[in-house]
Design a protein around this ligand. Structure first.
Ligand code: TYD
Length: 211
């Protein structure tokens, strides 16, 4: 079982992932929760470079290749071995983040990015991708509150500092990309409370995997 979560900031991805992990473990599955960027040892170094406020001088192309490098390492060193050991894998972001943020968000060609992703994932695609969808104004408000509370404004605030119009493009991009990949994506409304959102996710996971 390989499931990925996607969505803009503040959709509550980490909360939902923690709930799904608990749900699956209660059913006796062994679960690995991981994330991009930063799911592997090398990836953690790349993550620092990518998300630090002072990384503002990264060019779009450099950023793209760092995300792809992170993904290639993540798939071969972490995700594939875990699946081979029989674990269920849940990743907070995966290949679709590149198509949407670097493509629809920053203007690179989504189809070309999909080709790059094919190299990075080496044939390993999620069986299910859950897109948590929310109005960017609400999402950003939630993300800001979380960052202030956790005191990580300086290290990880680069994306949250982006303009609202960027996040609107990203949200629309996600919805378009999900529509183009209907058999893999499920769009879930992330605006209600955590428990209600999880009910939707649980239903989708049960249907897909017969858990
Ligand atoms: P993160 O702190 O993990 O935020 P979130 O809680 O929103 O997941 O930051 C990851 C950021 O990196 C997020 O803003 C999206 C961006 N990103 C890309 O632009 N391209 C990618 O391929 C990936 C994996 C992430």
């Amino acid at each position: 079982m390989f499931v990925t979560f996607e969505g803009i900031e503040g959709t509550g991805k980490s909360t939902q992932i923690a709930m799904l992990r608990q749900y699956l473990e209660a059913k006796g599955r062994r679960v690995l929760v991981t994330l991009e960027p930063g799911g592997s040892r090398v990836g953690r170094e790349l993550r620092k470079m990518l998300l630090h406020m002072e990384g503002k001088d990264l060019t779009g192309e450099t950023e793209l290749f760092l995300y792809l490098a992170d993904r290639a390492q993540h798939v071969s060193q972490v995700i594939r071995p875990a699946l081979d050991r029989g674990q269920a894998v849940i990743s907070d972001r995966f290949a679709d983040s590149t198509v949407v943020y670097q493509g629809y968000g920053r203007g690179l060609d989504p189809k070309l990015l999909h080709q790059f992703n094919k190299i990075a994932v080496a044939g390993l695609w999620p069986e299910l991708t859950i897109l948590l969808d929310i109005d960017p104004e609400l999402g950003l408000k939630r993300a800001m509150t979380r960052n202030m509370r956790e005191g990580k404004v300086k290290e990880e605030g680069r994306f949250e500092a982006e303009s609202l119009s960027f996040h609107k493009r990203v949200r629309e991009g996600y919805l378009m990309w999900a529509a183009l990949n209907k058999e893999r994506f499920k769009v879930v409304d992330a605006s209600p409370g955590a428990q209600a959102v999880f009910e939707d996710i649980r239903r989708v996971v049960d249907e897909r995997f017969g858990t």
